[in-house]
Design a protein around this ligand. Structure first.
Ligand code: FCB
Length: 447
């Protein structure tokens, strides 16, 4: 049983559920363009034909209300709020005001993600994350939207999964904007992203009374295969060691150390000494303003053991484990025990799980139902572990990913994570069995 103030919510993101790409003066985002290029999306779909929440948001709020969540995490499309001349677009702003009003009048608190990957294409054309001007563009957008939404909420997430933005979007090029940058350029992007975060914190503090702010990175934690103090210690150390030879932009300390401790890890300066970005005076102060909570997205973990010399041995997770309908999603429930525990131990901030969920091969039965047993089992097993760690750390909430089936980035519409099935031929919303299961969990504050 979770404590009585524990928040149960659901999460979505603008590009994945809204549709309506050319409506009400919206300008193109990098995802609008990336999805048009043949071969970028596995099933050749794009976000324009998704759940169409832009039109059906009232129906979606009704679903949230029936589900019983007290909070809804969604993201704002920057491309609806600001036009290509960097001026506010009233129609787009009005949409998010209407959505917030609908939520609040149904007793649901908005948790707003300011950046969930749909960068305006016109900013990408000026260099995107490589150009420090992105920080002042973000400042303007955050100023406009937080002023408009401050009557409805005080809770904000600045950036979703910096790791994925950099690793998949800028290192391997499988997400928009499809770049494969050098290490030197990646370090510039990381620094500009951190400046965007810091600038957003400053602007929100100014615009929103009693603001409550976090960032939402992601992690695939190492899971000790046995209970063993030395193994735990080695896993913990590995999670927070910035390894220049690994996917360093996919690692937690390059983001959270500057934000929480006010500086990059020590070895960053040595390991990258010839290619450091331009860190100006005042940058680290801006980046490290106080935040109130660390949100974190967790889906899966990687087992680790010790070899005969007591060195960490990392398991190959690609075979032998139950896996969801996307290849990276091994079902490892103790992810929700170890992940939050490591984070709390290092950064000593309140923590909430801003995403966790299961991609299932959902099938609509003849009687219009979806029996998604695997998802129910996943939720149960993961929440048991989360419940355990909630007795050891300051844990505030859990957001299931996702309310609706949606556009799963480079995998497209065919990968389904929702509690609600979307019939893409007519956009009908159908509650899966897991919807009713999660509803019960929320009612009972536990499984
Ligand atoms: C996370 C993303 C989210 C969704 C889930 C499955 O990496 O933040 O938008 O795609 O994965």
């Amino acid at each position: 049983m979770f404590n009585k103030n524990f928040v149960f919510g659901c999460a979505t993101a603008s590009y994945q559920i809204e549709g309506a790409p050319n409506v009400d003066n919206k300008v193109p985002s990098i995802w609008d363009n990336f999805t048009k290029i043949k071969g970028n999306i596995d099933d050749s779909t794009d976000g324009s034909t998704c759940a169409l929440s832009y039109y059906k948001y009232k129906e979606d709020v009704k679903l949230l209300k029936e589900l019983g969540v007290s909070s809804y995490r969604f993201s704002i499309a920057w491309t609806r709020v600001i036009d290509e001349n960097n001026n506010p677009n009233e129609k787009g702003i009005q949409y998010y005001i209407s959505l917030c009003k609908e939520l609040v009048s149904n007793g649901i608190k908005p948790l707003i993600t300011l950046y969930h990957w749909d960068l305006p294409q016109w900013i990408q054309d000026k260099g995107g994350f490589l150009n420090r001007d992105i920080v002042s563009y973000f400042e303007k957008y955050v100023d406009v939207i937080t002023k408009a939404l401050s009557p409805y909420t005080n809770e904000f997430i600045t950036v979703n999964e910096p790791q994925v933005i950099l690793t998949l979007g800028h290192m391997y090029g499988v997400h928009a904007p499809g770049l494969k940058l050098s290490t030197k350029d990646l370090l510039v992007c990381v620094h500009n992203l951190l400046l965007m975060h810091g600038t957003a914190v400053k602007v929100i503090r100014k615009n929103v009374p009693s603001s409550f702010i976090g960032i939402a990175p992601c992690m695939r934690p190492l899971i000790p295969i046995t209970k063993d103090d030395l193994l735990y210690k080695k896993c913990y150390e590995a999670m927070f060691y910035l390894d220049k030879n690994g996917e360093f932009v996919n690692q937690t300390p390059i983001y959270l150390d500057p934000i929480i401790f006010g500086n990059y890890p020590k070895n960053y300066y040595e390991d990258f000494k010839d290619i450091l970005p331009d860190i100006k005076e005042g940058d680290l102060e801006l980046i490290s303003q106080k935040i109130d909570i660390i949100y974190y997205n967790f889906y899966t973990g990687t087992y680790a053991s010790l070899d005969e010399n007591n060195n960490l041995k990392i398991a190959d997770m690609s075979k032998g484990y139950k896996t969801g309908n996307v290849p990276w999603l091994q079902v490892i429930p103790s992810t929700l025990y170890y992940g939050p525990k490591y984070l709390y131990e290092r950064y000593k901030h309140p923590i909430a799980i801003s995403e966790n969920g299961y991609c299932n091969d959902d099938i609509l039965s003849k009687d219009n139902k979806v029996h998604d047993e695997e998802r129910i089992e996943y939720i149960n097993e993961y929440l048991k572990e989360l419940d355990k760690v909630s007795k050891e750390i300051d844990l505030r909430g859990y957001y299931y990913w996702s309310l609706l089936d949606n556009f799963e980035w480079n995998n497209g519409l065919s990968k389904r994570f929702g509690l609600v099935y979307i019939n893409y031929s007519n956009n009908e919303r159908i509650k899966k069995d897991s919807f009713f299961h999660y509803q019960n969990i929320i009612k009972n504050k536990g499984i």
